[in-house]
Design a protein around this ligand. Structure first.
Ligand code: SF4
Length: 284
């Protein structure tokens, strides 16, 4: 159950993405998975490299399209544990449409957003997660747009599992990923992952000072949707921990009729040799 491979990540020293990689590896091992049980699908950006750094099936997709690929994989092989991962630009700009619909579709996938509030790979431009007034090369006088709230977005789209953490809290993050993998439905986990090279505002110290850890609130009821929304608003979307979980809603796989548990490759296609040859001819 060793999800480490020999590839050395080429993230900048100190990048938050290292901890997310480690947390995925630990969580997958902790829930008893083998590398051949897991597929990691990523989009484009510094975060996109993660699919090559974990000893499991890896698919480095195109920009904003990690979720369609992940859903296709899950449709074809229900036995696979599918983890999609990508940056805030990937998921909340070009991939926003896919994010919203994947959440409301509630397929059994874990989606981890590596949220550094900037475009790192292209050397530091404002992203949909950058705060109002945030100065970058693309907004030299400060961003004139408010930052999008991933938690409010996920709740509004009908998510059945909403969590948030910061990459410096690897213990909490590992536990949340474990819970996300076990959740029967779509798990949305937003992770503050500081870009130490280009984002000098949202640093490890900044998060330490500003996040509100719900793990410290014993009485917090994670099944209460109204309470979750209130907590998100009260904390300015800086609440961390498992914020909301609905274990009553059925997953996509459970409600689609004719969706068989076995992978497509193991199903009896119930065609005669002649029918099969005709089918193959049609696709030539
Ligand atoms: Fe990480 Fe930023 Fe470096 Fe990209 S540019 S690897 S996000 S620190």
């Amino acid at each position: 159950k060793d999800f480490r491979n020999k590839i050395k990540p080429n993230w900048c020293p100190g990048c938050g993405d290292f901890s997310i990689q480690a947390a995925i590896q630990r969580a997958a091992a902790n829930v008893g998975l083998e590398p051949e049980d897991v597929a990691i699908v990523s989009g484009i950006g510094c975060s996109g490299r993660i699919s090559g750094y974990i000893h499991a099936y890896g698919f480095h997709g195109i920009h904003g399209r990690a979720l369609p690929i992940a859903q296709g994989l899950k449709m074809a092989n229900r036995e696979l544990t599918v983890i999609a991962s990508g940056g805030d630009g990937d998921g909340f700009a070009i991939g926003m449409g896919h994010t919203v619909h994947a959440i409301r579709r509630n397929m059994n996938i874990t989606y981890i957003v590596m949220d550094n509030q900037i475009y790192g790979l292209t050397k530091g431009q404002t992203s949909p997660r950058s705060a109002f007034g945030f100065k970058t090369k693309s907004t030299p006088e400060g961003s004139v747009e408010d930052a999008l709230s991933p938690l409010e977005l996920a709740m509004a789209a009908g998510a059945t599992f909403v969590a948030q953490s910061v990459s410096s809290n690897i213990k909490q993050l590992t536990r949340l990923i474990e819970e996300g993998i076990k959740h029967d439905g779509f798990s949305f986990i937003n992770v503050f992952s500081p870009c130490v090279t280009f984002n000098k505002i949202n640093t490890y110290d900044w998060f330490k000072e500003h996040i509100v850890d719900l793990d410290e609130e014993e009485a917090y009821d994670r099944s209460n949707r109204t309470l979750a929304m209130t907590k998100i608003m009260e904390t300015g979307s800086l609440a961390c921990g498992l914020i909301y979980q609905d274990q009553t809603k059925k997953s996509y796989e459970q409600v689609v009729s004719g969706f068989k548990p076995e992978p497509l490759a193991k199903q009896d296609i119930q065609l005669t040799k002649k029918q099969f040859e005709q089918l193959v001819a049609e696709f030539r």
